[in-house]
Design a protein around this ligand. Structure first.
Ligand code: MIC
Length: 648
């Protein structure tokens, strides 16, 4: 049978299950990636499993999120992660070395490999013809322990690219076009595979941009073929030996298809506060801006900085504009210096920041009140920048740099200059000076835990009967940024669950924590709309509600990673049999679900519920595999592993 690239990658890594869309499959994981904001919990979870060393081909730990050191918390995390990496045989990328996704692609990515990462943008590595998937930290800890990664076999959406990108239009506009067409849940349960004649004109870092924001479509992964562009990138990085060809068979089938004529595209922009609010830039041109932000894993390449540098070269940015440049790795910064790109940017008036995620997750650079911020970052969920009522627009480096010059949102095609195209150099200055290889034998090494690194709280198994209030009812597309905010105030508590739980749902309801704590052992429920938990992989968005007694979340539909995280921490994710019941249930209603454990163990997928506040009856559904039901009944993945090991 003719196979597409996604099917070839899955078949090469399949350890259980059938490649039938919707069925649970187990995948062998070759590489893992963890960043610091999720990595502290991953290392605590790995420690809890009692293993001496990772069992992957390669595992890498990056420090790119918690870079602001205003007290002991973040540097303690850095020291802890460095000690864990050494102890367990993991590569360590220290603070300042760069953002995980571009650095992993530069140093470790290879066609045909599978990569699991505790960050939703891990999918960026699909640019190299890898099966790269974002997941909750606990899934990654399991993969580090040599366990398969379980997920549902996705459908494959084939997007045929034709033509070539016109001047002033770049890779960011391609993924914004996909979001305009398919929305933030258009990729849920799917792998997006790009193919066709238009692919050859996209460099590996162009493909990184498109694959990165596959996360914003809710896609399980994004894949590109491994071709001459891939070889050129690996050659440029001094790693051509890692290249191998990977392409779809002639006549390969796709479950869903779409086509984009690149030559017909124009500059696009996503309006606040969702990546799917996409319009042509010309429709909002002229609006005054406060900030133009370049960088992040959604535009991390040397090209992206060079183009911006070429646009502002010999000119001055508009007064009152904060032009923030965030190089994505030490290596890219070194090459920006070598090629004169940094000079162009600084001379024009740019503010230079260290290599890291920075403002993308609210780690500094927050915009002023009521003012517009143009950013090349992947997502603009409400308040994510650190400013509660923020107005963050997502765009390409071309649009951001052009607007920095004029002080208003600008369609770059209106600038009085020819398009300053950038040609990728065949080789770059490779920088591995501060990248730390794993220790040969770390068994006797100690984990360095500071006072803010707390042991994982135990999660309680689901009780036979739940009778509890609905403490929160949300609308559609609630993101994990609204369930558990990122940002400079919250992220430092990522290794301290009792503390970080105080911020749970605080963007939606500041009284939530106190009301949840007041419930004691009774516990509580959450009701949600469509695509509940979209966005990041942060398992804190599941662990904190679990810690606060949430027994079940009943939503119209779930985002993949969050749905899996809820189960991993013993919270039952349910959907409405009759979507109309969502309207009938109100805040504070008392619901009862009885004989739960019995029904789940019996294999029932439909569960009865009573609303005692309105004397109404409902039926809810779960879509868990039998493995997930066992995990849930055990109280979560860690007790399940513990029990399994006790059995073995
Ligand atoms: C994000 O972009 O939201 C983050 C911060 O990188 C998260 C990870 C996290 O919450 O630590 C993600 O994308 O998964």
């Amino acid at each position: 049978m003719a196979r597409n690239v996604a099917q070839k990658l899955i078949a090469d890594h399949l350890v259980s299950g059938e490649m039938t869309p919707g069925c649970e499959i187990g995948l062998r994981i070759d590489q893992t990636l963890t960043q610091d904001a999720t990595g502290t919990l991953v290392m605590l979870e790995f420690e809890a499993m009692g293993l001496e060393r990772v069992r992957t081909e390669l595992s890498a730990q990056y420090v790119d999120h918690n870079l602001i050191q205003e007290d002991f918390k973040n540097p303690d995390d850095h020291v802890f992660l460095a000690s864990a990496a050494k102890k367990y045989g993991v590569w360590f990328s220290p603070p300042g070395n760069g953002v995980s996704h571009p650095v992993h692609m530069e140093r470790f990515g290879a066609p045909g490999k599978s990569l699991l990462g505790s960050d939703s943008h891990t999918c960026a590595a699909g640019a190299l013809g890898m099966l790269a998937i974002g997941a909750g930290g606990l899934e990654v800890a399991m993969a580090m322990a040599g366990e398969p990664f379980y997920t549902r076999m996705p459908e494959v959406m084939g997007v045929e690219l034709t033509g070539e990108l016109p001047d002033w239009v770049s890779a960011k506009d391609v993924i914004l076009e996909m979001l305009r067409r398919h929305g933030v849940s258009g990729g849920v349960g799917r792998i997006i595979e790009y193919h066709g004649p238009g692919v050859a004109g996209l460099t590996a870092m162009d493909r990184h941009v498109i694959a990165n924001m596959g996360a914003e479509l809710g896609a399980t992964a994004t894949v590109f073929p491994a071709d001459e562009q891939t070889r050129a990138f690996l050659h440029q990085q001094g790693r051509e030996e890692a290249w191998r060809a990977l392409a779809a068979d002639p006549g390969a089938h796709y479950d869903i298809t779409d086509r984009i004529d690149l030559s017909a595209m124009e500059p696009l922009i996503a309006l606040p506060s969702s990546p799917e609010n996409v319009v042509p830039v010309r429709e909002v041109a002229g609006r005054p801006i406060y900030q133009a932000y370049i960088g992040s894993s959604a535009n991390p390449g040397l090209r992206d900085f060079a183009i911006a540098g070429n646009i502002v070269a010999g000119r001055r940015i508009a007064d009152g504009v904060s032009f923030d440049v965030n190089p994505t790795s030490r290596q890219i910064l070194a090459n920006m210096i070598g090629l004169g790109v940094l000079g162009n940017l600084i001379t024009a008036g740019a503010r230079l920041h260290q290599a890291g995620c920075n403002g993308c997750i609210g780690m500094g650079q927050a915009p002023a009140t009521g003012r517009i911020s143009l950013r090349t970052v992947p997502r603009n969920f409400p308040g994510r920048s650190g400013t509660r009522e923020d107005q963050v627009y997502l765009c390409s480096p071309e649009v951001a740099a052009a607007s920095a010059l004029t002080g208003v949102i600008t369609d770059p095609r209106t600038l009085d200059m020819p398009y300053p195209r950038f040609r990728e150099p065949s080789s770059v200055e490779v920088d591995v000076d501060i990248l730390c290889p794993p220790a040969d034998d770390g068994r006797d090494l100690r984990l360095e835990k500071g006072p803010n690194i707390k042991a994982l709280p135990r999660t309680e198994p689901l009780p036979e009967r739940v009778r509890a209030p609905v403490l929160l009812k949300t609308g559609d597309d609630v993101s994990t940024d609204e369930i558990m905010p990122a940002g400079a105030k919250v992220l430092p508590y990522r290794s301290n669950i009792p503390e970080i739980s105080k911020f749970a749902f605080s963007r939606i309801d500041e009284s939530y924590y106190d009301r949840a704590m007041a419930q004691g052992d009774t516990g509580s429920l959450v009701v949600g709309g469509e695509n509940y938990g979209q966005g990041s992989s942060r398992e804190h968005a599941a662990l904190a509600p679990a810690y606060l007694g949430v027994r079940a979340v009943i939503a119209k539909s779930f985002a993949r990673i969050h749905w899996q995280n809820l189960v991993n921490f013993g919270v039952l994710p349910l959907t409405f049999d009759d979507p109309g019941d969502y309207e009938r249930i109100q805040h504070d209603d008392e619901l009862e679900l009885d004989a739960l454990r019995t029904a789940l163990a019996r294999g029932d997928s439909v569960l009865a519920a009573v609303n005692h506040s309105r004397d109404q009856r409902y039926t809810f559904r779960h879509a868990l595999s039998s493995r997930q039901v066992d995990v849930l009944l055990a109280g979560g993945l860690i007790p399940w592993v513990r029990d399994k090991k006790n059995v073995e």
